[in-house]
Design a protein around this ligand. Sequence first.
Ligand SMILES: Cc1ncc(COP(=O)(O)O)c(C=O)c1O
Length: 386
Amino acid sequence: MLARTALRAATKPGALTATLRFASTFSAAATEAMNPHGIEISKAQRVAKDGFISAIGNTPLIKLKQLSKETGCEVLGKAEFQNPGGSVKDRAALYVIQDAEERGLLHPGGTVVEGTAGNTGIGLAHVCRSKGYKLVIYMPDTQSQGKIDLLRLLGAEVFPVPAVAYENPQNYNHQAMRHAEQTENAVWTNQFDNTANRRAHIETTGPEIWAQTEGKIDAFTCASGTAGTIAGVTRYLKTVSEGRVKCYVADPPGSIIYTHVSTHGKTVERKGSSITEGIGQGRITENLKPDLDLLDGALHIADEKSIEMVYRCLDEEGLYLGASSCLNVVAAKEVAEKLGPGHTVVTILCDGAYRYADRLFSRKWLESKNLLDAIPGHLKKYIVLQ
Ligand SMILES: Cc1ncc(COP(=O)(O)O)c(C=O)c1O
């Protein structure tokens, strides 16, 4: 009460400095309590003392208001686009590098090598600059010049190599592994099968979701790329809730996870392709293996639904999200409908739409993918690019 009065008095000329000095002796919780405007001071808003890496995580959990109203559930999205490198992959990037350091595979001035065309490369580039490591990225040469340029301007050395199947020794992942083997003080971080990736989500994302919902969570769903996120969060939530929280993997066309999970491994079907990036998988990675049996089911989400949700999230929630995030939101809506009103369902908002805008909001591109008709008439006004 005294604090509130003091802060109100600060609006009078001359009183501000004295009041701030007074307030600075208080903890974040006390400062928060005395703020008449009710600004919350979360851990994320304090000083990230170890620089970039300590700003990773502690992302907000955002209520998707319209979908919550429609389903009668609390539909919540973990705002991973607020990580300092812009995506959920900052967490995995930090953990695979820390793991290499802890295992004595990477020493000061060393080199990190990875095969990636997406967010993992961006996360690794930031973490490497922040920790003083070099970064070498191998990627298929079918990727856009924009992706190559972005990684180069973040300080990485990039090798675009012919796009060949995983079984071929010239596949970009194998080339990355060989590069690390042939370089002194270098490590191949191997995001798909390095379970330090999954551990990032067991130790950070899962506990954050549990704390933010105060344990009032009934279900979790998200898609799988490396599977670090779905596996790690599922493992944590199943453990802490003693199996109560239901966990569902969401899958785009062209991926085998949906049929694998829904037939308990009896059938593996790979049909079609998807506009989503960073998700979908042709095999069960080492990150997914230990937690596969914990999953309660799988959802197949068509691109038509994901792209519609890109536009809906923008229009209804003010959220500018990439297609994989919106596939996750569709999955959360479907899980909420399945469970019925009164439940809390959480999903992951992996990254923003910035890197994909030239496609997701282009009429020509939507037509080329046969997705123009998937955008409801009242949302077509957002198709602003030719
Ligand atoms: C945009 C995007 N969404 C989702 C994912 C999938 O996350 P995970 O690799 O943890 O399965 C990725 C992974 O690269 C991604 O880049």
